[in-house]
Write a protein that binds this ligand. Structure first.
Ligand code: HEC
Ligand code: HEC
Length: 236
């Protein structure tokens, strides 16, 4: 074993200013909170940086655990729809997320929305290692920043994906009968940047109830429960 290894590990642990790594910049010009998502500015008074980082991620969690995102990040072979029900008809991810050869996603999901069918030229499922369905925010937080499980993205690539990817953008622009994700993509992107700039800390793993969020926040027990009362996911 190399005698340099402990030294390299120590450098990793303490970090360094001149490693050439781009440290994410704090958000300078915070957008106002909107549509159920708080502003970066709302977290400025949390003095402890790690606690601020965790609180920012918990706010991002309102988006990450929303059905508009989770429906494409399922744990199984089948996409989800509406509030998280199995996709009708039964379709499977196939080899590359674009569906089985006989029934590719694109046979129904076109370039743009058509009536109740969401559309996007890139429409396909996130790979299984990026599944979020039923996972704790702590687990999602760990996996999205792990290049082994996030498609090889470093932090900057991950932030850019959240800020500007077209399938992520879909979350705020679904067909009319579906509830959009909270806030806006720009606001979500700012929360993510500030989370990264404060150390990208993760919430603690929930104890006891594995299904629940890390901490029940004052306004909702789970994203689904919070939504159940809203008449937005209407049946046809
Ligand atoms: C139409 C399906 C679809 C929807 C809807 C969707 N995603 Fe994804 N997502 C994907 C695919 C496919 C990938 C893999 C892309 C890649 O690796 O370049 C992915 C990857 C990601 C990643 C990379 C890291 C990881 O481990 O998952 C993030 C972050 C992400 N999506 C966020 C979101 C958010 C936030 C939303 C909702 C606002 C969302 N996605 C909605 C299909 C989707
Ligand atoms: C036979 C047609 C058909 C095929 C093939 C198909 N879908 Fe769908 N999909 C639909 C319809 C219709 C809806 C809208 C359901 C609703 O909300 O009423 C939908 C909805 C969805 C949703 C929910 C979007 C949201 O915002 O909740 C996801 C995710 C999805 N499809 C993914 C896929 C993926 C991935 C594939 C390929 C593996 C695929 N679909 C193949 C018809 C299809």
């Amino acid at each position: 074993m190399s005698r340099w290894l402990p030294c390299a590990l120590l450098m990793l642990a303490i970090g360094c200013d001149d490693c050439g790594e781009d440290e994410p910049e704090p958000v300078a010009d915070p957008l106002p909170g909107t549509a159920g998502l708080r502003s970066v500015a709302d977290f400025a008074d949390i003095a402890d940086e790690e606690a601020r980082s965790v609180a920012l991620f918990e706010e991002m969690g309102k988006v990450l655990t929303h059905p508009r995102c989770v429906n494409c990040h399922p744990i199984g072979e089948r996409p989800l729809q509406r509030a998280g029900e199995p996709h009708q008809p039964h379709v499977v991810r196939g080899e590359d997320g674009h569906g089985a050869p006989g029934l590719p996603c694109a046979s129904c999901h076109g370039e743009s929305h058509f009536r109740t069918v969401p559309g996007n030229p890139e429409w396909h499922l996130a790979p299984a290692e990026m599944a979020w369905e039923g996972k704790s925010l702590a687990a999602i937080c760990g996996q999205i920043q792990d290049p082994e499980r996030n498609g090889g993205k470093d932090m900057e690539a991950l932030l850019e994906h959240m800020e500007s990817d077209a399938l992520v953008a879909y979350g705020w622009d679904p067909p009319e009968h579906l509830e959009p994700a909270p806030g806006s993509q720009a606001l979500f992107g700012q929360l993510a940047r500030q989370w990264a700039a404060t150390g990208a800390h993760c919430p603690p793993e929930p104890t006891g109830d594995v299904e629940g969020p890390a901490e029940a926040s004052e306004d909702e027990v789970s994203p689904e429960a919070g939504e159940a009362s809203a008449p937005t996911e209407k049946a046809e």
